[in-house]
Each structure stands twice: as C-alpha cells, then as structure tokens.
Design a protein around this ligand. Structure first.
Ligand code: KIV
Length: 273
C-alpha cells in the first residue's frame, strides 16, 4: 500500500515493471487540480485525463466535441495537483487521425503545455504507424482498443467487442501491433473477458488496462465521476462499480445551504466580521 512517505514518481517504466511482477495497476480519470490531488494522495498509479471530460464535465453526448485547447487546460490542472502518479493525457478526436505530423505536434502540446508524461491514442493496428512516430519523438503512448468512443458512430453504440472470431482476431493483432509500435500500455474497453485475458498473456511488456474487460487485465480504469456516483441517472453499465454515491450528499448540502440563507441562519455571527 502507498504511504505518503513513499513519494517515488510513477513512470512508464514503473508500469512496465508492475506488469512484469504481476502487481495490479490502478488508474482513474481526473480533470481538475483538486481531484488529482486527492487521487495522488490516495496512492493511485496513473491519472488519465480522459476525453470523457467531454461528457462528464462539459455535458456533451459524446467525446467528439472536446478540443485540444480544452484537453490541454484540463491536463495542466491535473498535472499541478499530481506529484507521484503518472499523468496520461487523452488525445481528442481529430487531434491525431489526420496524419502522424498532426499527432506529434498535438501530443507534444500535452507534454510542453499540459505537463503530462504520456498520451493516449485510440485505435487498433491501423494507428500503429502513427503511434510509432509519436513514440520516436520521445512521447510515451498508451493505446486504446476495443470499444473506442471516438468511433462510436461506426460501432453504432456501446457494444461489447471480441465476441466473434473476426473481432477477437482484430483485437489480438491490434494489441500486438501497438506493442510492436512501442506502447507501454493499452486500454481495453468493453472487451469480452476471455480475449482480454488472452491479450494480456500474449503481450510481453505492454500492460493492459481494462474497463469492462474482466479481472485478468494488468490494471483497471474507471471514470472518476461514474465511480463516485456523479453521473446521469440511468447510466449504469454492468462493469461500473459505484464506490460512493456523492450526488445525494451534494444535493443535501446545497438544499441545506439554500434553506439556511433563506431562513437567515447563514452566516451566523461567528461567521461574520
Ligand atoms: O476518456 C476516458 O475516460 C477513457 C477511459 C474510459 C479509458 O478513455
């Protein structure tokens, strides 16, 4: 367990070693300074500044609208609150797909302006050449296969990947191609647990980080808002475990505040000058 005295920074090499030793890798998303501080204090290994910020922070229906500038700003806030954990910035839609040059310049912004240590790039084997070029520039890359939300319109919805042979073969070939390109890790999202375990076993150094991909992945990731119960009612995928339900706590606090102000019970004389 992490103790505050043990401040050694997590690097991509740490993640690779954790896989080699069979130590589970813990990942959560964060988008702001204070949440990042709390996750870091708690001892999380890696903080992902996910483009899920598009949904859970900005209220969009998908990850497609969020821009580079917005993601860089979230990353910089998270990096300021993080001392130990590895900060990985998610490359948003169309920040890397057009060309390797576009990918390198945008990935570089996350390191230069955002203070991240690595970036995450969605896509299977077709993205491997781009991923390789980014890594050759000294920028570590976390891959992301399975259900890749930036291609949600192609998938036609959040469908579990790897149920059929063609899909399993594509996932395995993609994972191997991304490792060959130099990824230090990769997210497996909404992937049938059996093939996720096979991929985890087949990869030599690249760690698999599952979300809806079973317990055999090298690590797990959840969206912080979802695991804290700060989410839309009705959104409860099977893989999501809610570790706290903060929505009623916040509702209660705000209702009490409104009542106190209206009843002239806040501020008290002790809270006045
Ligand atoms: O954007 C995000 O939060 C992600 C995780 C769900 C892996 O990509």
């Amino acid at each position: 367990m992490y103790s505050p005295r043990e401040k050694k920074k997590v690097t991509v090499q740490t993640i690779i070693k954790q896989k080699a030793k069979g130590e589970k890798i813990t990942v959560l998303t964060a988008y702001d300074y204070f949440t990042a501080r709390l996750l870091d204090q708690a001892g999380i290994d890696c903080i992902l500044v996910g483009d899920s910020a598009s949904n859970v922070i900005h209220g969009h229906g998908s990850t497609l609208p969020i821009t580079m500038d917005t993601m860089v700003a979230h990353t910089a806030a998270v990096a300021r609150g993080t001392h130990r954990a590895l900060v990985v910035a998610d490359m948003p839609f169309l920040s890397f797909q057009p060309s390797a040059e576009t990918a390198i310049l945008n990935a570089g912004r996350f390191l230069k302006e955002g203070g991240a240590t690595a970036v995450k790039i969605e896509g299977g084997m077709e993205m491997a050449p781009t991923v390789k070029r980014v890594i050759e520039c000294g920028i570590p890359v976390m891959g992301h296969i399975g259900l890749t939300p930036q291609s949600i319109h192609r998938f036609g919805g959040p469908k579990v990947q790897g149920r059929r042979k063609k899909s399993r073969d594509y996932l395995m070939e993609s994972a191997l191609a991304l490792e060959e390109a130099g990824c230090f890790s990769m997210v497996l999202e909404l992937v049938e647990a059996g093939i996720a375990a096979e991929i985890t076993g087949a990869l030599g150094t690249a760690a698999t980080i599952g979300i809806g991909a079973g317990v055999e992945c090298d690590g797990q990731v959840l969206v912080i808002n979802d695991m804290l119960g700060l989410r839309e009612e009705g959104f409860k995928p099977k893989f999501l475990r809610e570790y706290a339900n903060l929505s009623p706590v916040i509702l209660d606090a705000v209702r009490n505040y409104i009542k106190d102000v209206r009843d002239k019970k806040f501020p008290s004389s002790d809270e006045s000058y």
